[in-house]
Write a protein of this length. Sequence first.
Length: 475
Amino acid sequence: MSGKQRELHLGLMFWATGTHTAGWRYPGARSDGAFDIGFIQEVTRLVEDAKFDFLFLGDRLATDPALAKTNPAQMSRMEPFTVASAIAAATSHIGIAVTANPTYYDPYTVARLTASLDHLSGGRAAWNLVTGADGAAAYNFSRDGHWDTEKRYDWADEFVEVVRDLWDSWEDDAFTRDKSGGRYIDESKLHTIDHVGEHFSVKGPLNVARPPQGQVVLLHAGTSDRSRELGAREADVIFAGQPDLESAREYYADVKSRAARYGRGPDEIQILPGLSVVVAPTTAAAVQVYDRLNALVPLDPEHETVDSVRFGGLGQGLKRNLASVSQVLGVDVTDRTIHDPVAQEVFDGSGDAGRKVFAGITATTRRTVAGPEPITYFDLINGITVGSRTVVGDPIEIADHIQLWFEQDAADGFNIFPDFVPGSVRAFTELVVPELQRRGLFRIDYDGTTFRDHLRLGRPGNRHRGPGPALTEPN
């Protein structure tokens, strides 16, 4: 880490149809961009021009037609390493984070893919390590079922160790390429890893030269104890999802303290919560965008329960109807008209969960019960399903929120979730980024060309440096 002051980090979660359920329906949004590499490159250049740290490419190893309603961006998309290679060819500085699930990969393949991407991009690759929350993937990989958390993390712990050893199996100066002497490599600087563990037996070496970054940037996400421990030990960037400032500060402090136990400084690991931003030149205009997005999401019949709504394979969600609102509030409102103002007695009779919903609605829409712009029952439907990590406002208000979390040690930056693409991306880069730069929170230009440069991380030494075992058979 350099002696410079702490600096905000920004990533973009790329979902081609937007991260809002109805983002693809918003006027001007692309609904067909998932398989248009020119469009994907265009969006990446928008955030590279704004000096973002990275673009994030998620992945799922299964699909479900039900996602067409709740999360079309995760229903069908291209394989991320293929997309990342095309992005690398069209950009020069931005980091490119690619998801690979160790539960359904092998270490040699991931080491080879990530090292190759690092070379193609000139040192801008990152591996997002996820252990997989969607059990449906198991049936696409000849498994009887998805492993439990403990087995997945036992597997992942050893997996990372093998990948890191493979990245280092060539020393940086192993390639002599001596034309006059006819010596292409210095074999003493090429290392087998001879790994024999509980889950893997890998001889090595990797058949790709050491990555330009030495070790490819590692990302991780999760809230379980095993996830926090893996992230604190291995990750350079952690994606977080805490819903409020207090819980985010607790998570931030916990992970940083765990990292310290592994001899890592607080600047060696960056914690970036996801953040959905609806921004416009004025607050009123931003609220209009937010309302219009939510109006594009179909309602569910009142007789349907909460059991069958799927969000990206990551759990169950609430149905969009007054029955679900009644369940959350603890007050029966199934006989109300959705666009009518909420009655005061409904607010008064709501439990703690309901009061949190009302508070969230006021934060995003500025509407209140019995106010000049009253909360409606439709607002309640949106309030129980949209979530609390959406920030709506003008550039000053958005920057205020980001700065508060940054300065209160709840975040080192954010992974920005664009509700619709490319409009949300363009609005954030044109309105919010200049305000963050004006405040001295975000870079004006890149300091280097690699992802590790953006994170202010040094290039690690090679763990195998020195005499290595001779190769006794072809590899």
